[in-house]
Design a protein around this ligand. Structure first.
Ligand code: NAG
Ligand code: NAG
Length: 418
């Protein structure tokens, strides 16, 4: 299937440009240094004046004072240590232990803060750059080390499965950046729009790490999720989807577009398997970005070969789109099946964020584990104030197990909020 199971991390640990906290910290630090210096100055100068006026008993008082001074100094040293620790925590990466054995140098280099070549940036105020990396990467330190063990400037190791494992553990974005990806010649690509439904050559994919070694093999495979023979562009059901209804749960693209007041131009398909939704939309001059992870199949290569726009993106991270960008968000099982309610909420809020007011959210044949799940999704959308344009609950017999399953389709319009 084109997406991993729903798992929400809370984003990434990023380098923070000096924030109000760190400037407050700096201020406290300065202040404490200033005060102690004044103290010391007072302490050292005061006995000297007494020394001049009362020549008899300077020594005891001087030793008393130096005792005090050394106590104060101790205090300063310990607070400075505390401050340094706090500052480290503010900057981040506190949770990736770089003192572990066998940490590849490239990981350290990647995480290091690099001073800006031209000094402080006048706009942002930052003086150094640090790359961002998912904070959950730290909980897969061994895998992360394995992943970051490569030759800088050389060929990247052929190990997509490691990336996939890291992403599924919430390590996103991935920190590998300085090697050359495997060169797979993309020959036999068709011009657009012919490319949308032409068979894709096996040669454009490096099949390492997949159990299938050809698209023919994938056609017959049960890949789960929204991919039910989704690599078969010629004979399977894939060609009929969204243009010919097989049941009341299937909405047609023409109907949906007409409900969007003919104002649907760009959209996002979350977990869009082989990209056929984007292909059908492209025929209507609507541009769709399809999120896909290469779980068990080279979805990304396939989508790109069709002349469509794939994006490696798990539903766990905040979507890298600006607020109110899309006219349409479409998903089938991109919401995940067994995920906890709060995880679902994170995802739905983010879908809401990237959808413009008046835009459409199309939940397409979502397989609900139970009716409770369907109610949860519906209640959430009602809480958001979405207008229900269509909503259908249906049962379909699962081809694999022969048991009926609940499917839910809904078309909702995002309200304008004040
Ligand atoms: C030390 O200084 C205090 C005043 O600050 C004074 O009262 C005291 O007599 C001095 N002690 C000695 C031993 O000189
Ligand atoms: C898509 O755009 C092309 C070029 O502007 C146009 O010829 C075609 O009719 C459009 N198709 C649809 C379905 O609007």
């Amino acid at each position: 299937m084109g997406s991993v199971s729903l798992k929400i991390g809370d984003g990434t640990a990023r380098f923070k440009p000096p924030s109000c906290c760190s400037s407050v910290l700096n201020f406290i630090m300065l202040l404490s240094i200033l005060i102690t210096n004044l103290f010391a100055l007072y302490a050292f100068t005061y006995p000297q004046t007494t020394h001049q006026t009362h020549l008899h008993a300077p020594h005891k008082n001087i030793s008393l004072i130096s005792e005090h001074v050394s106590l104060i100094l101790q205090e300063i040293v310990s607070s400075q240590k505390k401050l340094a620790q706090m500052e480290k925590e503010l900057i981040g990466y506190q949770n990736i232990d770089l003192s572990r054995p066998n940490i590849p140098n490239e990981l350290k280099t990647f995480l290091q803060h690099h001073p800006l070549p031209l000094g402080k940036d006048s706009k942002s105020g930052i003086t150094e750059m640090a790359a961002s990396v998912g904070h959950l990467c730290s909980s897969s330190a061994d895998l992360l080390s394995q992943y970051m063990n490569y030759k800088v400037g050389g060929a990247c190791p052929d190990d997509w499965s490691v990336s996939q494992k890291l992403i599924s553990k919430g390590c996103e974005p991935l920190p590998r950046r300085r090697c050359f990806a495997r060169l797979v010649p993309k020959t036999g690509l068709f011009p657009f729009p012919l490319s949308l439904w032409k068979p894709v050559s096996d040669k454009i994919v490096g099949w390492n790490g997949f159990s299938c070694k050809s698209f023919d093999c994938l056609k017959g495979k049960k890949l789960g999720g929204d991919c039910n023979g989704c690599f078969d562009l010629a004979n399977g059901l894939e060609k009929q989807r969204w243009v010919k209804a097989r049941g009341k749960n299937d909405f047609l693209i023409d109907e949906v577009l007409s409900m969007g007041n003919r104002n649907i131009r760009i959209g996002f398909d979350l977990g869009g398997s082989s990209g056929s939704f984007a292909a059908r939309m492209a025929e209507k001059n609507v541009t769709i970005i399809t999120s896909a992870l290469n779980v068990d199949a080279p979805f990304n290569e396939f989508i790109a070969a069709r002349g469509l726009f794939p994006m490696v993106l798990s539903p766990d991270q905040r979507f890298p789109f600006y607020d109110g960008t899309f006219d349409l968000v479409h998903t089938g099982n991109g919401l995940g099946d067994g995920a906890r309610q709060d995880k679902l909420e994170f995802l739905m809020f983010d879908i809401d964020r990237i959808l413009r007011a008046g835009g459409l959210f199309w939940l397409d044949n979502y397989h609900c584990v139970d009716d409770e799940r369907r109610k949860t999704v519906m209640q959430l959308m009602e809480r958001f104030g979405y207008k229900k344009l269509r909503s259908v609950v249906g049962e379909k017999v699962d081809l694999g197990t022969g048991k009926p399953k609940i499917y839910f389709s809904a078309l909702l319009r995002k309200p304008a909020r004040g």
